[in-house]
Design a protein around this ligand. Structure first.
Ligand SMILES: O=C(O)CCC(=O)C(=O)O
Length: 321
């Protein structure tokens, strides 16, 4: 989709056109992350066979890396069917080591082996007597960099259409998560977390370049809200937004909408897909963030004298703030 802001329409003096990208690249290098890279969004078919799901995800991650992706994102709940009956059965104790968590063991192994960053979708996590919907982020050294537990659980009741109560099994996470990686500063949300703009605003105020939302929207809210919310979070906050959904299985109890997408800081859809299995490979260029923020300086224009976002709790920050 074409961006609404075409370079030839810009009113920036020509003399500034070269220094801004150069300057921002230099700043990027200073903070030791890659400024321009490919992202891979693996829209995976998920089955009741956990072992198969893990093997299948591994294969997709390798394929994305072979196609040049330095950051790979997986879907929400990719190792288990999306159902309250399945979550306790498929849950893994992530903190108890690789034997107790074959799904994250695979992510650790493959991220280190391929030297890529992985935003590992989400899996049901068991911690004591609680279950969480948890995303693990792995660095290029294969180490777990951060863990995000879904903050806003998906409880919905639309009579005749969809009733789902995630809170029947999951406990909500208590901390927003922002992490410094080799591919920039990334804020993490899981699916319904995307509906809450305050979370995205906090990430933007803490310098996020990109927000990744593994998500499994459905046939009710998917058509009306999925793309709208991604574009809104990106345009409001002048950053990249990446989403990754499971592929649609029309026979499943919960039918995912699909349509994994990368949105740019202009609110423009850079790459997307339909509902079948797919691997999207697309380019991210952080110099565009500076361009956007310089041309429309929302941060400077914000009226802190009239309204203000209050950051009540400290972020679960795995970055240099
Ligand atoms: O917010 C929505 O409409 C969908 C959210 C969802 O499917 C989820 O959080 O799993």
């Amino acid at each position: 989709m074409a961006s609404a802001f075409r370079p030839q329409q810009a009113r920036i003096p020509p003399a500034l056109a070269i220094p801004i990208p150069l300057l921002t690249k230099a700043i990027g290098n200073l903070f030791c992350f890659i400024y321009r890279f490919k992202i891979g969004l693996c829209q995976l078919a998920v089955t009741p066979d956990k072992e198969r799901n893990i093997k299948h995800a591994r294969k997709a991650i390798k394929e994305a890396a072979q196609k040049g992706a330095q950051l790979v994102v997986l879907p929400e709940i990719w190792n288990s069917p999306y159902s309250n009956d399945s979550f306790p059965v498929y849950a893994e104790d992530i903190d108890a080591g690789h034997d107790a968590s074959p799904s994250t063991a695979m992510l650790a192994e493959v991220s280190g082996q391929l030297k890529i960053t992985i935003v590992g979708g989400s899996i049901p996590e068991r911690c004591g007597d609680k279950l969480y919907n948890t995303c693990c982020i792995f660095g290029t050294d294969g180490k777990l960099k951060a863990k995000h537990r879904k903050i806003h659980l998906f409880d919905i009741d639309i009579p005749g259409k969809l009733t789902f109560m995630e809170s029947k099994t999951f406990t909500s996470g208590e901390t927003p998560t922002i992490v410094d990686t080799d591919v920039g500063r990334i804020g993490i949300g899981i699916c319904h977390d995307i509906c809450f703009e305050e979370l995205a605003m906090i990430y933007a105020s803490r310098g996020a370049h990109l927000i990744c939302y593994p998500g499994a929207f459905n046939m009710t809210s998917g058509p009306s809200h999925w793309e709208l919310l991604q574009r809104s979070r990106a345009a409001d906050n002048q950053l990249y937004v990446a989403t990754c959904s499971p592929a649609r299985d029309a026979g499943a109890g919960y039918i995912a909408w699909g349509h994994s997408t990368l949105v740019g800081p202009f609110g423009d859809v850079i790459a997307t897909t339909e509902h079948d299995e797919d691997i999207i490979i697309a380019e991210i260029d952080y110099s565009i963030l500076e361009q956007r923020r310089t041309r429309i300086p929302l941060a400077k224009q914000r009226r802190g004298d009239l309204y203000r976002l209050v950051d009540i709790r400290r972020l679960d920050a795995h970055c240099r703030l």
